[in-house]
Design a protein around this ligand. Structure first.
Ligand SMILES: CC(C)(COP(=O)(O)OP(=O)(O)OC[C@H]1O[C@@H](n2cnc3c(N)ncnc32)[C@H](O)[C@@H]1OP(=O)(O)O)[C@@H](O)C(=O)NCCC(=O)NCCS
Length: 377
């Protein structure tokens, strides 16, 4: 606290930085609602397209509105051919989230209406990004594996097309349901670091592509979007149910962080995790490969028993993505391909009620120093 009573809130923890009508989050009671709809009612039942419509329009679509919205997204899916070529030019050592950040920036440059403001123009750009992120992530996955990049299949809805572009196969119902559920659960989470970064950029009245580039950049950090692949590495490293207790005991004795456990906001359970656990179980059954479900649940049970820590969204999303064929290196890119819906919803809300975001810093450096010209220092 400074002499005049001004307090610095480190990390802005607990600070209310804006009003929003997108997401209600109660970490103590483990409640997550999108536009007033409880996540438990929608996570495993609706398609991602419905969630995106809900984010952008503030209400769920009617059947006609949904089919019109679905058609629009299908028409916007194919990224410019130059973007795909640019992805092939990226050095193989470049970080996959750096590749995605570059791709979004490139996408913005390719749009002749990039500087067009106004709700309709921004809504179209938001839909374009939601439609094209999966195409870009799937293209990155295929380029990284030396495979041909595939075109979107206009016959398939969003999640099924994503899996088709990733694997080259038409997915079964269990895989499509699992991907829709994961997309629904990552779509939005109030004022997390990347969403705040998006709102800061929009607050300057910069364009929505620049704002989403900031969102991708913030999500790239290991304290935000980077835990999901580490969670899968943990499950793979443990490897078998018999190894769970010795592995966890050793990790705790060495005071290592268990990735995919704990949460800054949720203290009694991450509202999203049980739905992803259901999806891991369904995929274990549909693929006939129970191993990752068995190991993951055994780790969760033992970590709760030993430390009382909760499994967070990343913990069960990791084996879902692994079962679905996403390369480990692209798990955070997958999160971005869902969260882009929330970022754009916040961008639209910020444009509608904009005020430049410009906090102050408490100065703690030296003052009133005596100046001397360079030759006298
Ligand atoms: C998410 C996270 C940063 C929240 O941290 P936080 O708010 O400081 O957590 P808490 O205050 O509830 O921690 C309470 C205790 O549990 C420990 N703890 C929290 N998460 C832990 C984890 N994943 N593994 C081991 N111990 C953990 C803390 O070290 C602390 O121990 P102490 O009391 O002995 O100091 C932290 O849980 C974490 O780093 N998790 C792993 C990374 C991850 O999964 N991130 C994705 C989040 S969606």
């Amino acid at each position: 606290m400074s002499a005049n009573g001004e307090q610095v809130i480190s990390g802005l923890e607990g600070v209310l930085a804006c009003e929003s009508s997108i997401t209600y989050l109660d970490g103590l009671r483990s409640i997550l609602e999108y536009r007033g709809y409880n996540i438990h009612d929608i996570a495993e039942t609706v398609r991602f397209e419905e969630i995106v419509y809900l984010m952008f329009e503030g209400r769920l679509p009617s059947a006609d509105e949904l089919s019109e919205f679905d058609r629009e997204l299908r028409d916007l899916r194919q990224p410019p051919v130059e973007l795909v070529r640019m992805l092939e030019l990226l050095p193989s050592f470049s970080h996959p989230m750096a590749g995605l950040r570059t791709a979004v920036s490139f996408l913005g440059c390719q749009d002749p209406e990039q500087e067009e403001g106004g709700r309709e123009a921004n809504l179209l750009k938001a839909k374009r990004m939601v439609a094209q992120f999966p195409s870009v992530v799937a293209a990155m996955a295929r380029v990284s594996q030396g495979l041909d990049v595939l075109r979107p299949d206009p016959e398939l809805a969003h999640a099924a097309n994503y899996l088709h572009m990733l694997t080259g196969k038409r997915p079964d119902d269990a895989s499509t349901r699992a991907l829709d559920t994961a997309l629904n659960l990552y779509a939005e989470h109030e004022l997390n670091a990347s969403t705040f970064a998006v709102r800061v950029v929009v607050g300057t009245l910069s364009d929505i592509y620049s704002a989403v580039v900031a969102g991708v950049s913030a999500l790239k950090g290991p304290l935000h979007g980077g835990a999901i692949d580490e969670a899968m590495r943990t499950i793979m490293d443990v490897g078998s149910v018999e190894n769970v207790r010795p592995w966890v005991d050793r990790a705790l004795a060495e005071k290592r962080l268990l990735m995919g456990f704990g949460h800054r906001v949720y203290k009694t359970g991450d509202a999203r995790a049980p739905h992803l656990r259901n999806m891991v179980q369904a995929l274990a059954e549909s693929t006939g490969e129970p191993r990752w479900y068995e190991v993951a649940t055994a780790i969760e049970d033992y970590v709760r028993e030993r430390k009382g820590l909760i499994a967070n969204v990343d913990y069960y999303a990791a084996p879902v993505l692994h079962y679905l064929g996403f390369p480990l290196s692209l798990f955070t890119n997958f999160v971005a391909s869902s969260r882009v819906a929330g970022w754009c919803a916040h961008a639209l809300e910020q444009y509608d009620h904009n005020r430049l975001i410009r906090p102050r810093a408490r100065y703690v450096g030296q003052r009133e120093q005596r100046f001397a010209p360079v030759e006298a220092r």
